[in-house]
Write a protein that binds this ligand. Structure first.
Ligand SMILES: Cc1cc2nc3c(=O)[nH]c(=O)nc-3n(C[C@H](O)[C@H](O)[C@H](O)COP(=O)(O)O)c2cc1C
Length: 353
């Protein structure tokens, strides 16, 4: 077992990743997705890979998950391999972002690697097969529905409401994505009045926790006030929590659009700052799921220490491979043992590891 869990990161770094990175990013992505769709392979590997441990089990927004590290939206846009992501050791996995109709996404190139800094820039613009296809796939996964999140979006309220109505019964938590920098129209929901009305209408009859995924905000009083006003608006309007945050908007000549969203390691310090600021603004209200630049167990520890209940990742999986969730799980258990923390909630307020 240990040979597999220890060997996979080495094989990924020395053999698989160099081969994948020779391909254009979207082709490499498609190949990785094909591998993740071989469900029985990952089910077999799960005992060696996943690294689950009773100490990692935690609860937020009324959900119990076996680990506080989850797979972020965008990894499995069409909900084709969420079960495999759980088998890798993610405590929960997010499907989507699902939109009402099928969408081709933005023109290519729309995905680039920045290998030295372990970052990606994307301007995908929600390519996907749409609501019908996602709901069909999710309805076959209900056995694992306790750990499946779904991200939904749209450019008008009615699209989002229809996605919510259809997908809520098929998952355990719904994220509203108002923050992709690559999709025209989403900025409308950065207007607090519009976000409040949308959140209230979704929250009024909700049967599953509802989270809002926020856009990132920069250092400085003015930006902070804008970012935090969205967090407070969402929670006051009935959301159970917020995801902090989406990719960082950047100008990028390598994208057909000339701009995109940066993800990966360079985001981490900002994620830590934004989570701490959000916790200070919300007090005890609402759960915070951190997202942006999480690669290691000690990074996860610090996010939990400043008030996150859990975290999600995407880019680290591209750079570190399928052994990553398990190695974060095992690393977090070691840190907890060292600090004598019996459960994840004990980490809040703990000193940095
Ligand atoms: C190629 C790509 C596609 C993404 N698609 C989505 C998406 O559809 N919906 C969404 O909410 N976030 C999407 N994201 C953002 C991630 O969920 C996450 O917020 C961001 O990448 C920061 O986390 P990371 O540094 O761990 O990657 C995407 C990110 C990447 C790299």
């Amino acid at each position: 077992m240990d040979v597999l869990s220890g060997g996979i990161p080495i094989v990924y770094r020395t053999v698989i990743r160099p081969a994948l990175f020779r391909l254009p990013p979207e082709n490499a992505q498609r190949l990785a997705e094909s591998a993740l769709r071989i469900g029985p392979l990952w089910r077999l590997a799960r005992p060696a890979l996943a690294g689950f441990n009773a100490r990692l089990r935690t609860e937020f927004a009324g959900l119990v998950v076996p680990s506080p590290i989850g797979a972020a939206a965008g990894l499995d846009k069409d909900c084709k391999f969420l079960g495999s992501l759980l088998d890798l050791g993610f405590g929960f996995a997010t499907g989507g972002t699902v939109t009402l109709g099928p969408r081709p996404g933005n023109p290519r190139p729309r995905l680039a690697r920045q290998t030295r800094s372990e970052a990606l820039v994307n301007a995908m613009g929600f390519p996907g097969a749409g609501l019908e296809s996602a709901s069909e796939r999710l309805s076959k996964l209900t056995r694992r529905a306790g750990r499946l999140f779904v991200s939904i979006s749209g450019t008008i309220e009615d699209e989002i409401i229809q996605c919510h109505r259809r997908l809520e019964p098929l998952c355990s938590l719904v994220e509203i994505n108002i923050s992709s920098p690559n999709t025209g129209g989403l900025r409308a929901f950065h207007e607090p009045g519009r976000l409040r009305a949308l959140t209230q209408s979704l929250a009024s009859g909700k049967r599953r926790p509802l989270f809002v995924k926020l856009p990132p905000w920069e250092r400085g009083r003015e930006s902070r006030a804008i970012g935090l006003s969205l967090a407070e608006t969402a929670v006051d309007a009935g959301a159970d929590g917020v995801i902090v945050a989406n990719t960082r908007p950047v100008e990028y000549v390598g994208m057909a659009l000339g701009r995109g969203g940066m993800s990966g390691l360079p985001l981490y310090d900002d994620t830590l700052r934004m989570v701490a600021e959000t916790r200070a603004a919300l007090g005890k209200r609402g759960a915070i799921v951190a997202c942006g630049g999480v690669f290691t167990a000690s990074q996860l520890w610090r996010l939990l220490a400043v008030g996150a209940s859990a975290a999600q990742l995407y880019t680290a999986l591209v750079y570190r491979g399928p052994g990553l969730p398990g190695s974060i799980n095992r690393g977090l258990v070691r840190l907890m043992e060292k600090a004598d923390c019996k459960s994840i909630v004990d980490i809040e307020g703990a000193p940095p590891s």
